[in-house]
Design a protein around this ligand. Structure first.
Ligand code: KIV
Length: 307
């Protein structure tokens, strides 16, 4: 399933996101007009994950710029301990549901672990499926320098790519856990090389995850594509969070940068507890919540004897 949208009518596209890079203007660069950046172009890019139809609708209607079907899907919705087990089929299934709910935001889908690590043509085929069968408008690929060739091939195949550097959860075994990245001089230099490589390969934006604020600020000021921070400080061109962390619907540890704006988990527990009490005490359903027979049918039914 693939849904086509008209540009205009407020639909956010890849060039719109690129044009929101702070300190530059994609449109003015493209036209060489030298126009200064308008206020709307300077606005921070707001990104959030969604994994199903209702969350996609709510997130899109609330006015985010980018909806990401992140592979965090595996952890926060499917209950895996890491993002590694998530399959292509699971990603396609959830991206299709999100596609049905997103009208305005740019829809990006993560490439699951293993779907782009082997043969490059298979990786391109998998990314094409995400666009063609599930309706994503771009894919996200974890990794820096070592993903340059693949990113370039995807761009060549008309698939916009969002990079992802820093703490890339698919590398958790190599990193030895979920750790802040880029803290030493060597690691900071490697991250700068990763950021430059992702940009040079043609990515339209890059997620920078769990990186010291000062380093993320440096990457942001060097790159011409927008940086989307998560645990990377306020200087990034945009921010992303995992929806379930931010609304209090995730189970287990949440990182310190995941500011909580609601406690939906507690609201669900309270609502279900109240429902259970009402059922057990005979308070649910009430007469108003019940359907009724007409008096005529009721009387006729009463007159019918049990055979
Ligand atoms: O999988 C995900 O949700 C992500 C975001 C946190 C950037 O990669």
């Amino acid at each position: 399933m693939s849904t086509a949208f008209d540009a205009g009518n407020g639909k956010i596209t890849v060039p719109d996101i690129v044009s929101r890079k702070s300190g530059t203007s994609f449109s003015s660069r493209a036209s060489s007009s030298g126009n200064s950046q308008s206020d709307s172009e300077k606005r921070k890019i707001v990104c959030l994950t969604a994994y199903d139809y209702p969350t996609a609708r709510f997130v899109d209607e609330a006015g985010v710029d980018v909806v990401l079907v992140g592979d965090s899907l595996g952890m926060v919705v499917l209950g895996y301990e890491t993002t590694l087990p998530l399959t292509m089929e699971e990603m396609l299934h959830h991206t299709r549901a999100v596609r049905r709910g997103v009208r305005k935001a740019l829809l990006v889908a993560d490439m699951p672990y293993g779907s782009f690590h082997g043969d490059k043509s298979e990786a391109v085929r998998n990314a094409v499926r995400v666009v063609k069968e599930a309706g994503a408008e771009a894919v996200k690929i974890e990794g820096g320098e070592r993903r340059m060739d693949l990113i370039a091939q995807l761009v060549e195949a008309e698939i916009p790519v969002m990079g992802h550097i820093g703490l890339t959860p698919q590398s958790m075994h190599a990193f030895g856990g979920f750790r802040v990245q880029g803290k030493s001089m060597e690691a900071a230099e490697q991250l700068l090389r990763d950021a430059r490589a992702v940009e040079a390969a043609g990515a339209f934006s890059v997620v920078v995850e769990s990186v010291p604020r000062e380093l993320a600020a440096r990457i942001t000021s060097e790159l011409r594509i927008p940086t989307i921070g998560i645990g990377a400080g306020p200087e990034c061109d945009g921010q992303i969070l995992v929806l379930h962390d931010m609304i209090g619907l995730s189970v287990g540890h949440t990182p310190k940068f995941a500011r909580r704006y609601a406690n939906v988990g507690e609201a669900i527990r309270n609502a279900v507890g109240a429902y259970a009490d009402d059922v057990r005490e005979g308070r649910f359903p009430s007469d108003e919540e019940s359907y009724h027979l007409s008096s005529e049918v009721r009387e006729r039914l009463l007159a019918v004897r049990r055979s």
